[in-house]
Ligand binder design. Structure first.
Ligand SMILES: [Mg+2]
Length: 215
C-alpha cells in the first residue's frame, strides 16, 4: 500500500480566509473593539494555541477565561473553514486507487482535528498526526513517522509528502526519506533541497500521485 502524507493549512485547506472570519466573529460576539481584534489577527496569524488567550488576558482586560475563548476560537475556525470540493474529490480518487492518506500538521491537536472533521476531510483521511499530540513539530521526522503509524503502517522509501512550507514540509519530508511535492505560494528560500515535483494546487499534486501508479 502506498502512503501519501499531506500538510493541512495552506495545502488541503485555506487557513487565511477562515482565520480572518473566525477572529471577526469571535471579537463581535464578545464586544471586543478593533484593538483586541487587531492584536488577535497579528498574534495568531501563523499559529494559534490556547496559551495565546492567556497572553490576550495579560494584555487587555477581558472577562472571559482563556479556556472559553480557545473553545470559541476552535468552533469559529471549524465553522469558517472549507475544503474545496475539487480537493475532496481528488482525495476520493486517491483512496479508491488504494492509497493510504495521512495528515501531518503543526498545530494543536483539538483545533486541527476540529478543522478536519468540519471540512469533510475526516472521511478520507486514514491517520492524523498533529504536532500537539506529541510536542514534536515538522520538520522533525518523528511527526511523519507518527502519521504513518496512525495509518497502521511505517514510512517507506517511495512514500510521498505534499505541503506548502519549504522548510517544514519539503526539507522535513526529505529528511524523513520521503519524496516531496511542493505546493507553491510562498517564496522558495535559497539552498534548500529541491522538491521532487512542484504544483500550484494540491489537486494537481494528487493527479501527479495517481500518475505514479500508471507510470
Ligand atoms: Mg501549511
Amino acid at each position: 500500500m502506498r502512503l501519501a502524507i499531506f500538510d493541512l493549512d495552506g495545502t488541503l485547506v485555506d487557513r487565511t480566509g477562515a482565520f480572518a472570519d473566525a477572529i471577526t466573529s469571535l471579537s463581535q460576539d464578545h464586544g471586543y473593539g478593533p484593538e483586541i481584534e487587531q492584536w488577535l489577527l497579528t498574534e495568531l496569524a501563523d499559529h494559534a494555541e490556547r496559551g495565546d488567550f492567556d497572553r490576550l488576558r495579560a494584555t487587555f482586560s477581558v472577562g472571559e477565561s482563556a479556556d472559553h475563548l480557545w473553545r470559541v476560537y476552535i468552533d469559529r475556525m471549524a465553522a469558517s473553514m472549507h475544503c474545496r470540493p475539487a480537493v475532496l474529490h481528488s482525495l476520493e480518487r486517491l483512496k479508491e486507487a488504494g492509497w493510504s492518506i495521512a495528515v501531518a500538521t503543526n498545530g494543536a491537536s483539538d483545533i486541527q482535528r476540529a478543522k478536519i472533521h468540519a471540512t469533510g476531510l475526516s472521511d478520507l483521511i486514514d491517520g492524523i498526526a498533529a504536532s500537539g499530540d506529541i510536542d514534536i513539530r515538522k520538520p522533525d521526522p518523528r511527526l511523519f513517522e507518527l502519521a504513518a503509524a496512525r495509518c497502521g503502517t511505517q514510512l517507506t522509501r517511495g512514500d510521498w509528502m505534499t505541503g506548502d512550507n519549504p522548510e517544514t514540509d519539503i526539507v522535513g519530508g526529505h529528511d524523513a526519506g520521503l519524496r516531496t511535492i511542493w505546493v507553491t505560494g510562498r517564496p522558495w528560500p535559497e539552498g534548500l533541497v529541491t522538491p521532487h515535483h512542484t504544483v500550484d494546487d494540491v489537486v494537481e499534486a494528487v493527479g501527479y500521485l495517481l500518475d505514479q501508479d500508471s507510470a
